[in-house]
Design a protein around this ligand. Structure first.
Ligand SMILES: Cc1ncc(COP(=O)(O)O)c(C=O)c1O
Length: 446
């Protein structure tokens, strides 16, 4: 029937059905969206409003906490820091907590206090922030890279034992992106080979492995409270542990080598080489205020992440991360998936990221292959390392630095930052709809 032979009613019905058919594309799983023009190509974005800004604070309570420290005139480490340490230890289920200036200094304090240094090798995954590797090198030890499990984005524990040598002293599992590493396997390997375990939980506040908080499973656990972090005071860190003797050493080390328990004003009786990385009262006051929101936010991210996975898992070319069986909660400092460009008609990841960003969804490609960055060779060939290690030892360290799975993952990863997970289900729908819209229009991105 040509248009000229239709009744007006028939025409309107047919036209509107055709319009719907051309706009609505069958859903992938439970994602539904309109195949409109991509925002990157001049169309209307899926989302026009911002996601939650970070950090979040309470105008009254948080500001009052800071002002009251200011007015007290006691700004250096004192009772507010001690109160934070008690509360954070209790929240995690750890016996002790020591507050520090940064996650980096927390890790340095932990490594130093456990006697990890020159001549030692530390097993670590390369899929991490640079600080996890820096602290090993700054301690004078050698990082030995264990390849990444691309499905979980975590260090692959099945590749650890092959890297153990008589010099291996510790494992530094990083719960990267706030997702727990496989702690059953890490702890079993550590026990079998008599290795220390320092958890880098700098992105994993309230993440859990079999109901136990990340950071409380190994010998010591370290946290960061830098500005982007879920518990933040701008800059800050903490070491947690259950062994009083070790925690006493951590405390002493972070306080110039003063014996633990001695007055902060004492000027003699130093017992060990120490650094100084004490948290201020201002930092602790903000953390105490922030901590009141931590559990509810952690639960929200955990639930929204599961919802996001359910919405995007059937979109071709999108491979959500897998959680190990022991994960009872991930903190999701970042929500990751792998982007398979072959299923997007060969659209490069950078183009995919630009298209999703243009739809109003911030995202990034995440870490590069850190073990290939120039800092590594720069450090190994430095005069200090040449004094500390023989040429053979340094060459062995260079040769083991081969992580092909990690390199591939660095090319495929896509991340969403934690604050995107703090909203409603409708906010998460926007993320899923944007990805699906980019998929539908993939041919136009070439
Ligand atoms: C995995 C990891 N380890 C260590 C650190 C170091 O923490 P900070 O920046 O507080 O020194 C960070 C910080 O981003 C991190 O993400």
């Amino acid at each position: 029937m040509s248009q000229s032979h239709m009744t007006r009613r028939q025409f309107v019905t047919t036209a509107s059905l055709a319009a719907v058919a051309s706009q609505t594309v069958p859903a992938y799983g439970n994602v539904s969206r309109r195949a409109r023009k991509l925002a990157l190509l001049g169309g209307k974005p899926v989302r026009a409003k911002d996601f939650a800004h970070w950090p979040i604070w309470d105008k009254n309570a948080d500001e009052e906490a800071v002002v009251s420290v200011l007015r007290s005139g006691v700004w250096s480490r004192a009772k507010v820091v001690a109160e934070f340490e008690r509360e954070y230890a209790e929240l995690l289920g750890a016996k002790r907590c020591l507050a520090t200036t940064h996650g980096t200094t927390a890790l340095l304090t932990a490594l130093h206090s456990l006697g990890i240094g020159v001549g030692d090798e530390v097993l670590v995954g390369p899929y991490t922030f640079i600080a996890s590797i820096n602290v090993i090198l700054l301690s004078g030890a050698l990082p030995v890279m264990v390849d990444t499990d691309p499905e979980t984005f975590q260090v692959n524990p099945d590749k650890m034992e092959a890297k153990i040598t008589p010099n291996t002293k510790a494992i530094l599992p990083v719960h990267i992106l706030g997702i727990p590493a496989n702690m059953d396997k890490v702890m079993a390997i550590a026990k079998k080979h008599n290795l220390l375990v320092v958890e880098d939980a700098c992105q994993a506040w309230l993440a859990e492995w079999r109901g136990k908080k990340c950071g409380t499973i190994g010998d010591l656990g370290c946290f960061s409270f830098q500005n982007s972090k879920h518990l933040t005071c701008g800059e800050g860190g903490a070491v947690v542990g259950d062994d009083d003797a070790i925690m006493d050493i951590c405390h002493s080390y972070h306080n110039f080598g003063r014996p633990y328990g001695q007055s902060m004003l004492s000027l003699s009786g130093w017992v060990r080489l120490g650094s100084k990385c004490r948290m201020t009262e201002f930092q602790a006051a903000i953390l105490l205020a922030q901590m009141k929101r931590l559990e509810a936010q952690a639960q929200r991210r955990w639930e929204n992440a599961a919802y996001l996975t359910s919405k995007i898992k059937d979109i071709p070319g999108i491979v959500p991360h897998r959680l190990y069986d022991g994960v009872t909660r991930a903190a999701y400092h970042l929500y990751p998936f792998r982007y398979k460009k072959e299923q997007f008609g060969g659209v490069p990841r950078a183009k995919f990221l630009a298209a999703v960003q243009a739809e109003g969804i911030p995202c990034s490609g995440g870490y590069g292959p850190i073990n290939k960055d120039p800092f590594f060779e720069h450090t190994l060939s430095s005069p200090n390392f040449q004094k500390m290690y023989s040429k053979e030892e340094l060459d062995r360290c260079r040769q083991q630095n081969h992580c092909p799975e990690n390199e591939k993952l660095c090319k495929e990863a896509v991340w969403f930052y934690q604050s995107l997970l703090l909203g409603t289900k409708a906010d998460i729908d926007d993320i899923a709809n944007a990805i699906a819209k980019v998929y539908d229009n993939r041919s136009k991105l070439l």
